[in-house]
Ligand binder design. Structure first.
Ligand SMILES: Nc1ncnc2c1ncn2[C@@H]1O[C@H](COP(=O)(O)OP(=O)(O)OP(=O)(O)O)[C@@H](O)[C@H]1O
Length: 330
């Protein structure tokens, strides 16, 4: 389950504003990937290119072998059924209750009867922890519940790919932690490919199998979480360690004079790599890697303090115990 997305030589401009010159990378099937970048680097535009709502000026977007920018409208309609999209605010219809919001794609895009729709809607509501909220209006529920309702609606057509645009925006850290755990559990259950756009480096550090950073009209880096979090690339190091020192400026990239003012300070020691979130029932996800695996295979030393959890357990040495049951992540 889950479909690979491959973009090749993507160029996009709006008038004289170039968003990307040449973006190429592969989002692996069935894994959780997160895309980050300073504001305006085209993360939302990227998601829209994947579903054919925007077309690149040049390049290819292969979704399961089909080149999205070259699809006709009726082919795009079919393609979009493979995607579940969670928009920033949940994008719920304010006048419809939560049940009808979640049922909407089933009524619009399938010929299923109401009994079957009810079964699916209640199943997805249970998956996201919304059982009992059927009759509430969007205005009567919290921001976190709205996101989960949007997520349930994104799931009703059994998508192969789930896109989430800043699902954690406006959520408190606890609700963000619950939502991240939900993504991991859904990925385990459904095997779908997840692509999450976020500004939250706390999320980026523990949730995805793969991380990417957009900056300077391109993709600076995309790869396994451990590769990106241990990188000393100036922009990657600056972004994932939330520092002012580095090429990313207040509103855009810094010029040479600004960089010179910062002196020759070496990149900061990357922050410790935290253990990745595990499925809450202790199962192993297909995309999950042994802690430290990428670092070990590439001869990279983990930043000091890496892979120690809040209770002081070392995931590098405890992996077998953690994956053979008995462990319930927080
Ligand atoms: N349809 C459009 N027409 C013209 N310009 C657009 C369009 N869509 C996006 N843009 C511009 O493209 C740039 C990238 O927008 P996008 O929303 O993808 O950024 P982002 O990386 O998601 O930013 P943020 O992190 O602030 O959400 C912005 O400058 C935006 O104004």
């Amino acid at each position: 389950m889950g479909i690979e997305i491959r973009v090749d030589g993507l160029k996009k401009a709006f008038g004289r504003q170039t968003i990307w010159e040449d973006v190429s990378f592969t989002i692996p099937a069935g894994e959780i990937s997160a895309l980050l970048g300073p504001s305006g680097t085209g993360k939302s535009v990227f998601l829209k290119n994947l579903v054919g709502l925007l077309r690149p000026d040049r390049g290819h977007v292969y979704v399961g072998g089909r080149d999205v920018p070259r699809l006709r409208e009726n082919e795009l309609y079919d393609l979009r059924r493979q995607f579940g999209v969670l928009f920033q605010d949940g994008a719920l219809f304010g006048s419809m209750n939560i049940y009808d919001n979640i049922a909407f794609p089933l009524r619009e895009h399938t010929r299923k009867g109401e009994a079957e729709i009810k079964r699916i809607v209640l199943e997805k509501m249970e998956m996201v922890g919304l059982t009992g909220a059927e009759d509430k209006l969007p205005g009567e529920i919290s921001g976190g519940m709205k996101k989960r309702a949007g997520l349930a609606r994104a799931l009703v057509l059994d998508p192969e790919i789930i896109l989430a645009d800043e699902p954690d925006s406006g959520l408190d850290p606890v609700r963000t932690a619950y939502l991240n755990q939900l993504f991991v559990d859904l990925n385990t259950d459904l095997g779908a490919t997840f692509l999450i756009v976020t500004h939250d480096i706390g999320t980026a550090r523990v949730l995805p199998d793969n991380l990417g950073l957009l900056f300077r009209r391109g993709l600076v880096m995309f790869g396994p979480r451990e590769m990106v979090l241990s990188s000393t690339h100036p922009a990657v190091n600056q972004f994932f360690n939330a520092r002012r020192q580095g090429p990313i400026g207040m509103a855009e990239e810094k010029d040479q004079a600004q960089l010179d003012d910062e002196g020759d300070a070496p990149p900061a020691m990357p922050a410790p790599i935290q253990p990745q979130l595990m499925p809450s029932d202790g199962r192993t996800r297909p995309g999950m890697r042994r802690p430290g695996q990428w670092l070990h295979e590439h001869g990279v030393t983990a930043p000091p303090g890496s892979f120690i959890d809040d209770e002081g357990r070392n995931w590098l040495t405890d992996w077998d115990r953690l994956t053979t049951g008995g462990h319930r992540p927080r």
